[in-house]
Design a protein around this ligand. Structure first.
Ligand code: SF4
Length: 321
């Protein structure tokens, strides 16, 4: 690990005053990447003493402080099931006890080439190439890819939060702004080194989930090579508003298949007005992978995505069909 300066601000104002620096919360991603020298910050700000630990379930929605730990959020009674399940399926108990929601949303891709400084990687070293496109790419994305990068976004809970139209409150020395999480993440395009809309020195202070009462009827299904401590081959966050035996409204997003958390508005539209049947779920899911660009090692992903969505919808409506 390279030497770095460590400071520990206790207020948001002090943390953003410098206009630069890398923020340390749980450290479950950052410290790993610093040990590998994938990240070599000169200044690290330990922000754990800043009071950003609340969860408030008010009339307008759910507000989660950026330093709330994954385990505490998952256990909170006001959190929608798809958020809790995504968090519980994300990592080991020890990591969930350490990792913050802000850090989870800022975690880096698990592409093995990105984490190996001996290999080229356009995301880590712009212009050096992308060995994953012709190399080991079983875990990689099929949606939102470019000729520069095909890495998947790693966060499970970001998938649920995108499905729920969550927003981020961001604070910098210039002031405060709010950004929809769906707009926060950026497709790789020609510059995969730019992953999000966070400006230098800007801090995520809060995640806001607008109130959506029918999202109590929601779930998150994660398909992976082993049952714990593994990233998604494919996942689906689904919520259904069912009235008089038909689907009035739906939220659907997918993980493990896109370069960003992947909302599926065409699937949602196909579900609206449909009966609560497996046939209707299969018809809606049939458009989920439209536009997919499979690689040599992950041609199974479009079909897996369709099946994962159907499975999530079936699990959610068990007893209603
Ligand atoms: Fe790097 Fe992206 Fe290619 Fe992985 S997929 S090697 S992160 S450029």
């Amino acid at each position: 690990m390279r030497p770095f300066e460590l400071t520990a601000p206790t207020t948001i104002e002090d943390a953003v005053a410098a206009g630069e620096g890398t923020f340390l919360a749980g450290g479950t991603t950052l410290v790993d990447l610093m040990k590998l020298e994938v990240l070599t910050p000169r200044h690290v700000q330990d922000i754990n003493e800043i009071p950003l630990h609340d969860i408030d379930n008010g009339p307008d929605g759910l507000r989660i402080g950026a330093l709330e730990r994954m385990s505490d959020i998952a256990a909170h009674p006001g959190v929608y099931p798809m958020i809790s399940r995504a968090l519980l399926l994300s990592a080991s108990q020890q990591i969930r006890n350490m990792a913050s929601i802000g850090g989870n949303l800022m975690q880096r891709t698990r592409c093995s080439y990105f984490r190996d400084v001996a290999m080229p990687c356009n995301k880590r070293n712009p212009g050096s190439g992308c060995p994953a496109i012709t190399g080991a790419n079983r875990m990689h994305a099929v949606l939102g890819t470019s000729d520069s990068c095909v890495a998947t976004h790693a966060s499970d809970v970001a998938v649920a939060l995108v499905a729920l139209d969550a927003e981020l409150r961001l604070v910098s020395a210039e002031g405060t702004r709010t950004v929809a999480l769906a707009d926060f993440y950026q497709l790789p395009g020609d510059s995969p080194e730019t992953e999000h809309d966070l400006r230098p020195g800007e801090l995520i202070t809060e995640v806001v989930v607008p109130r959506l009462d029918w999202a109590e009827n929601s779930t998150y299904v994660k398909i992976r090579d082993r049952q714990s401590y593994e990233f998604a081959l494919c996942s689906a966050a689904v919520a259904l508003d069912i009235r008089d035996g038909r689907i009035n409204d739906a939220r659907v997003a997918a993980g493990g298949v896109g370069t960003v958390p992947w909302r599926l508005p065409a699937v949602e539209e196909a579900l609206r007005g449909a009966p609560v049947t497996t046939e209707a779920f299969e018809a809606a899911a049939s458009v989920a992978a439209d536009g997919a660009r499979p690689l040599s090692g992950n041609a199974f992903k479009p079909a897996l995505l369709r099946r994962t969505i159907v499975r999530a919808l079936r699990e959610l409506t068990e007893g209603s069909r």
